[in-house]
Design a protein around this ligand. Structure first.
Ligand SMILES: [Zn+2]
Length: 293
């Protein structure tokens, strides 16, 4: 073998390792100086549990058994707040529900959230600014773009049944029970459950960088428009880049410091005071039931 050929082969052999994304464990290690000891412990623990398949889905028995003592916290409408750094994505042009990840969900309740959740989002802006330097961002320029807040119970039922049918069409032969179990990873069921979005205390959002006029790339928001290689926050799947993982960590850390809990199967979903939040904060009850029920 001549030297030139040997060099080409040796270069080719290192290409896959260069292209491979860094694992989450190493990302958390790399950013450990940005986190407090407790934050690093918490996220490392969750990441390990996720990798072991032990993080509960949104309607897992240990979540839905948590009692709810409704606090009576009111709702605010984000469309009436006029804050430049917390706003709804544009309405879908033709009024179609769930038309695209760059438009809001398109139903009248999507812009409504609990007052406490709004306070957390406002605090999150401060935390995004505090953390901006560590994540190569400029303080004051990151905005929260909301896809959906409150979703009423009837709409939730329609969405869940639609997801079950979609799974059954994609996996012929799957039992009804397994299809419902799979669907419940993405959409919270209505029977024997209080869906997170129906409490008004859960929200789906992306981050927008005002000085670059571009989304902060955390990956593909949603699972209904195109194949999503890694919607789970701590996904090490092919197709989730280092940049996306670092941006997810930036969002996660700011949200955590603002009192929000991520749904670790969807990097874009956060909540406060619902059962999922109560579970991770080890509270003995949640404070939000379904709105209007
Ligand atoms: Zn959500």
């Amino acid at each position: 073998m001549n030297i030139r050929l040997a060099l080409i082969i040796s270069c080719l052999s290192i290409v896959p390792s260069l292209a491979q994304a860094t694992k989450w464990q190493q990302i958390l290690e790399r950013y450990s100086s940005v986190m407090t000891v407790q934050e690093k412990e918490f996220f490392t623990h969750v990441q390990k549990r996720f990798a072991a398949g032990e993080v509960p889905v949104i309607a897992a028995p240990e979540i839905i058994q948590i009692p709810i003592i409704e606090s009576g916290d009111g709702l605010i409408d984000l469309k009436k707040q006029f804050l430049s750094r917390i706003e709804m994505l544009p309405d879908p042009e033709n009024g179609q529900l769930y038309a695209s990840p760059t438009r809001n969900a398109g139903h009248p309740n999507a812009s409504k959230i609990r007052c406490t959740l709004f306070d957390c989002l406002a605090l999150m802006l401060c935390k995004l600014d505090d953390l901006a330097g560590a994540f190569d961002r400029t303080p004051g320029y990151i905005a929260i773009k909301v896809f959906e807040g409150l979703r009423d119970i009837n709409l939730q039922r329609q969405l869940f049944n639609g997801k079950v049918q979609q799974i059954q069409a994609a996996m012929p032969g799957i039992s009804q029970e397994d299809a419902q179990k799979e669907a419940s990873k993405w959409i919270s069921p209505v029977n024997n459950n209080v869906p997170a979005h129906s409490t008004g205390a859960a929200i789906d959002f992306g981050l927008w960088c005002n000085n670059k006029s571009a989304y902060v790339d955390m990956g593909i928001l949603g699972t209904i428009w195109e194949h999503n290689p890694g919607p789970e926050t701590f996904s090490d799947a092919d197709g989730v880049s280092d940049e996306q993982k670092i941006n997810r960590l930036y969002c996660l850390l700011a949200a955590h410091r603002a009192g929000l809990t991520n749904y670790f199967y969807e990097f874009w979903h956060y909540s406060v005071g619902d059962r999922y939040d109560a579970y991770f904060k080890q509270r003995d009850h949640a404070v939000y039931g379904a709105v209007g029920s």
